[in-house]
Design a protein around this ligand. Sequence first.
Ligand code: SF4
Length: 356
Amino acid sequence: MPNEPSIAALLAWYDGNRRSLPWRAGSGEAADPYRVWLSEIMLQQTTVAAVIPYFARFLTRFPTLAALAAAPLDEVLALWAGLGYYARARNLHACARLVAEAGGFPADPRALRALPGIGAYTATAIGAIAFGLPGIPLDGNVERVLARLFAIATPLPAARPALRAAALHLGADPAAIARASDTAQALFDLGAGICTPTNPDCPRCPWQAACAGHAAGIAASLPRRLAKPARPRRFGAQFWLIDATGRVLLRRRPARGLLGGMSELPGTPWRPEPWTRAEALAQAPMPAAWYHHGEVSHVFTHFALTLGVFSATVSCIEADGYLCPSAALAAEALPSVMRKCVALAQGNAPMTGKRR
Ligand code: SF4
């Protein structure tokens, strides 16, 4: 029978092994709620490695919450371009304005949860890390650690109530209450560095003697998951239209919905059936000698997209949208999928790619 997992043992391990991350306060320093919140929003659905350069650029441009709140949304979207899940950037901006107006982040998970872009997980994480409020945030890393520690073999998502109960049990340990911020971050670090998805390094784990999954020899198979249905496919075409002065036609996507508020090359709707060349060109922004460069692939959470990319050069563009000098495209709020299309139209694209 494994021992009861000790938060004191976890914290002792953390004190000697904590990761140094740009948003993390040093040992014994007070956390900055602005950095904690910004990093937690960026880390939703996104890896630490992908977030680090974006976090640095945001802090350089918006060193304070007030600076972010005062910025136009377009600038925030442009700086976010490439990080994906763009509703996060719109909510980030709306949240910054509300919090700046209120004079700071509330030290209360309920009030945090009422803010744009902050769900139950993020409220618990900010509450614990920035304000030391008791609570164990259950992200994918922590779910994996707890599923193994308590040998929870029910597949996800049905395992969530058992995982929440396990988190409540651990969070009630007096050491977890006394050092709530470190406890949350210790669990993140244990999941990221020791209790990794495919090959947990149990001999180096402070909880090896307490781990029911390790004792049963099933740790690496946990957490179990129900098989996901195949991702549906969609098809479309995008048009790179450039005029004699080197300006490219762009459009702004509707504020709500997928890639809301971001810039794009004009294109067809994205539908389940492939487009023939004639069908696609019937949707081109204007008649021209369109050249087909090939296809770009991109994977969103709920579907996989294949886009044909066409280009044409005309003396004068007469179509809906706005014109952007091609040299200024880097500053546009173009999401990754559109950057792939631009690169292909300019002759230097990868033909396939993933969201991140
Ligand atoms: Fe994960 Fe192994 Fe530690 Fe259990 S003993 S929590 S499986 S690393």
